[in-house]
Design a protein around this ligand. Structure first.
Ligand code: UD1
Length: 438
């Protein structure tokens, strides 16, 4: 597996060791550059399948999901050319010749976003065959909206033994689609399919996450006709063919929020170049209410704990611009040591409290009632042996470990690698006592 990842993404240097040892209590001080967004780069890489011309992406985050998707694209016949400068990682993808049957089931099982290959391959090749995707264990994560939308566009979609078989030999046609929920993945999949469909597609109740507008911006640069960016209604006029494009990936708002939590829990001060408060949506106001200050400087946003200290608040996750579910776990780690009580309600995924037991192991006082976690702030967390069960749960435990007394030993590091670009190295440069050990 690692050999195929290295062939497709030669920059991928998996850190050895499957335990992260953190000795907490050091204030984090320094500069932590925010990478391109994981959730933006994956659909952007898939958009390269829509054209035989070159698509170049700058500001690509060096994480495991990008390496896995690179390997999937290579198996589909894409050529990937990587370059690395002080400004970050760039990739040029050539999908001149595609082999739509080349999908590797093991790789798909590792990454939920591989479902986006369906829309793009159907649009470009008229067929796609994909084992049901894997990813984080945070709930059911059905793909029924994706499949219903593709069927509305004229595709024949069958589910057989855990494999999705989709065909549209005469091409896709525009359709009027209303999503039952504003699903991020379904909006992206249907957008990718619609740009090469015959006629106009309307996606109603579309998700409005900034990563979707970033994808639409790249598709427009390729000659696609998309309007309604940032609204609940996207209109896409299908084109016969698309050109190549050069696009810089949007900064990662979740990495930014995660690092703001790390600065605040350690009572440190982090300068976060490329971090964007305006992309946080409702989470921006929640950070202020909790006692996390942001100040814009010429070098980047500086995040620190406000002088009166951290205080508990109530949070309910929701589709953008609501409070991002991906920040729920990291923020809960911070609230675990905030004064007073907090109620954290999760409305997007049904099993996204698996970090709670681990935080409790570290001395947090948290009780789960249905979809709400009631957090009573304690003075200090204590280091413990804990496991990250998904990418954001693992990040939450890193934050908890950085703020805790004593030693935290974190397992489940594959999850962390999936979503965070060189997290351990970047934290160590800001003074964290953190190492990865066998
Ligand atoms: C994306 C993000 C993930 C984020 C999530 C919500 C990527 C790679 N991942 O995931 O980090 O947490 O958005 O902001 O961008 N649903 C269905 N049927 C479907 C599709 C979705 O029932 O066909 C449900 C899901 O089970 C979930 C909800 O809709 O309860 C939202 O899921 P969705 O927005 O699709 O999340 P993802 O695209 O998987």
């Amino acid at each position: 597996m690692n050999a195929s990842l290295l062939a497709a993404a030669p920059w991928w240097r998996p850190d050895t060791g499957d335990t992260l040892v953190i000795r907490g209590g050091q204030p984090l001080v320094g500069t932590y550059p925010i990478s391109g967004a994981k959730n933006a780069v994956l659909p952007l890489m898939v958009s390269a399948l829509l054209t035989p011309h070159l698509v170049t992406l700058h500001n690509v985050p060096a994480n495991l999901d990008v390496a896995v998707l690179s390997s999937l694209l290579q198996r589909l016949g894409c050529e990937m050319h990587w370059s690395s400068t002080s400004a970050g990682l760039s990739v040029t993808i050539s999908a001149d010749r595609l082999e739509p049957r080349g999908i590797d089931g093991d790789l798909v099982a590792r990454m939920r976003a591989s479902v986006l290959l369906l829309g793009a391959l159907l649009a470009r090749c008229g067929e796609a065959r994909l084992p049901l995707p894997g990813g984080d264990a945070i709930g059911r994560r059905a793909i029924d909206f994706h499949l219903a939308g593709l069927r509305a566009m004229g595709a024949t979609v069958k589910l057989d033994g855990g494999v999705v078989q989709a065909t549209a030999p005469a091409g896709l046609r525009g359709a009027d689609i209303r999503l039952p929920l504003p699903s991020v993945g379904a909006t992206e999949n249907l957008l990718l399919a619609a740009v090469l469909a015959d006629g106009t597609t309307t996606i109603r109740n579309a998700a409005r996450e900034p990563e979707i507008a970033d994808l639409a911006a790249c598709l427009i640069a390729m000659g696609g006709k998309v309007s309604g960016l940032g609204t609940h209604e996207l209109s896409i006029e299908g084109a016969q063919r698309l050109a190549g494009a050069v696009h810089a990936v949007l900064p990662d708002r979740i990495e930014f929020g995660t690092l703001a939590c790390a600065a605040a829990i350690t009572d440190g001060e982090l300068c976060l170049p490329h971090g964007r408060v305006d992309l946080l949506g409702a989470a921006g106001a929640s950070f202020n209410a909790m006692g996390v200050d942001f100040s814009e400087t010429p070098d980047g946003v500086v995040a620190r704990r406000a002088r009166p200290g951290l205080s508990g608040i109530d949070i309910t996750t929701g589709p953008y611009p609501g409070f991002a579910t991906d920040l729920q776990a990291p923020v809960m780690a911070l609230l675990a040591t905030a004064a007073g009580a907090s109620a954290v309600s999760e409305t997007i995924f049904e099993q996204r409290f698996r970090h709670v037991d681990e935080l409790v192991r570290m001395g947090a006082s948290i009780a789960v009632r249905g979809r709400t976690a009631l957090v009573r702030g304690v003075d200090r967390l204590q280091g413990a042996a804990v496991i990250g069960t998904d990418v954001r749960a693992a990040a939450a435990l890193v934050i908890a470990g950085l703020g805790a007394c004593g030693e935290t030993r974190l397992g489940g590091l594959d999850h962390l690698d999936r979503g965070y670009d060189r997290l351990v190295r970047k934290l160590a440069l800001c003074g964290a006592d953190i190492v990865r050990l066998p």
